[in-house]
Design a protein around this ligand. Structure first.
Ligand code: ZN
Length: 474
């Protein structure tokens, strides 16, 4: 199972107030739920997740974390955020489980977090992200060998990259193992990129460019800046905390196939890790609403429900399920030929209906509290406060790239692409801390700030507060 938040599609509905969608995808890529939630807060997911657990016939213990009986509930859930607190050792038992499933951070999202920080025009960006992914996933050698044998026997030695990729996806299992080894590999890749950045600056200087103003368009603009190093280090903490590696075998044998008509039978596999499934739905949903500027909420729900229905029918067909209603036929129109088994689930809500339900519940609870407090404290009811809730969540923050301009204070004569950091084969929490320092020093030419210092822009209220502090000090 995998869950994910997204803003893009909900934006097309009227009056969304910065709401986002919350999607639940099951094994096999079937969409199990599509909800609109006010923001990324975990409290909004409870109703949907409890219904999900009930639908799978599982029973949770009182803590709502672990199961009393598993039913058909998957063992692992992949999340896009909230895997742990993001600090060393913060993956305590209390956060390891999510509604009866072991919670794991989806690798796609982990890499995307780093990708978001990198200037999108940087020529080495794509290659860097691909390498990071290769650090995390290990191919199962047995499958690699079997595939190679099959290819050799059929004389397939010049497949296109696309074909090779498709083969790998189908015939080669991947594993995510030893966190300390993964972190070591990642830091080696990062160090290599820092070395290339430094070399680029050196080359520019040798060509007569003083490199005084290295902006994003400059050819010596570094791929790894302090901000990106900080983000990578942050993701390494998740990996060391155990948010990413497999704790169960996540590969499922789906059958055998005659490899490209070579008469060599190869086992075929699919992975139960979440990412590409949710992304596949996102891209479909994006395309469906792309041209529509605004929809009323009920129209949004109706359209999206229709798209979800047809999307799931296609997934079912792909899984070889027969008796799937053709697209364009509503369930109520289906003849008995299509044995649809309706599961009674009165708690199931969709889209903005979900939004209305959970926010109403929240307001009611809040109202209740206010009334009780007022009675206790004998105060006047300040009901306006309840409805003047203007805590609208920020848009995805745009990071200011301008701070990353190269620092020209360096003594040019000693600028050499030689780096201090030595990366051991296994990197644990202590080594990671040390390396944050030394890799940071290797980056000192990119920004004058101290290693790993936050370079993210201040939020508006923080700016105000800082200004106030400043004027108070004067
Ligand atoms: Zn984590």
């Amino acid at each position: 199972m995998a869950i994910d938040h997204q803003r893009k599609v909900v934006k097309h509905a009227v009056g969304n107030n910065g709401a986002s969608s919350f999607t639940v995808v099951g094994d096999g890529g079937i969409l199990l739920g599509y909800y609109v939630v006010p923001d990324d807060g975990e409290q909004w997911l409870k109703h949907a997740m409890l219904e999900m657990v009930q639908r799978h016939g599982a029973v949770l213990k009182d803590d709502l974390k672990t199961v009393a009986s598993q039913g058909n509930l998957p063992k692992v859930i992949y999340v896009d955020k909230m895997c742990c607190g993001g600090t060393e050792g913060s993956r305590a038992d209390a956060v390891r489980y999510f509604y009866g499933m072991l919670k794991k951070l989806d690798v796609f999202h982990l890499i995307q977090r780093i990708g978001k920080e990198i200037n999108c025009e940087h020529p080495r960006k794509g290659d860097f992200l691909k390498r990071l992914s290769e650090c995390i996933f290990t191919l199962v050698q047995e499958d690699v060998d079997a595939l190679k044998l099959a290819r050799d026997s059929g004389g397939y030695n010049n497949l296109t990259p696309k074909q090779e990729k498709a083969d790998k996806l189908r015939y080669v299992r991947t594993k995510i193992e030893n966190p300390e080894r993964i972190v070591s590999k990642i830091l080696v890749v990062v160090k290599g990129q820092i070395a290339i950045d430094r070399e680029a600056k050196k080359q520019s200087m040798m060509a007569g460019d003083a490199c005084e103003d290295i902006n994003t368009a400059h050819r010596a603009y570094p791929l790894i800046t302090k901000k990106i190093l900080k983000c990578v280090m942050q993701q390494c903490i998740h990996i060391l905390n155990g948010c990413v590696h497999d704790e169960f075998d996540m590969n499922v044998l789906t059958g055998q196939s005659n490899y490209r008509d070579t008469l060599t039978a190869l086992d075929t596999y699919t992975s139960q890790r979440g990412s590409n499934r949710v992304e596949a739905w996102h891209s479909v949903a994006d395309r469906k609403v792309y041209a529509i500027t605004t929809m009323r909420r009920s129209l949004f729900d109706a359209r999206l429900l229709w798209h979800v229905t047809n999307y799931n029918r296609q997934r079912l067909r792909n899984l070889g399920r027969e008796n799937v209603l053709p697209d364009g036929v509503a369930p109520s129109e289906g003849s008995r030929r299509y044995r649809s088994s309706f599961v009674e689930s009165t708690n199931l809500l969709f889209g903005f209906s979900y939004y209305d339900y959970v926010t109403r519940t929240e307001i009611e609870a809040h109202l209740q509290d206010t009334i009780l407090n007022a009675i206790e404290n004998d105060e006047e009811l300040e009901l306006e406060d309840i409805f003047n809730d203007d805590t609208v969540t920020d848009e995805e923050s745009d990071y200011d790239e301008s701070e990353e301009d190269g620092d020209s204070d360096d003594d040019d004569s000693i600028f050499e692409p030689v780096m201090k950091s030595v990366i051991p084969n296994l990197v644990g929490a202590n080594e990671l801390k040390m390396l944050a320092g030394t890799l940071g020093e290797d980056l000192d030419w990119t920004a004058p700030a101290n290693p790993c210092a936050a370079e993210q822009p201040l939020k508006d209220d923080e700016v105000q507060r800082k200004l106030m502090q400043h004027s108070n000090n004067l």
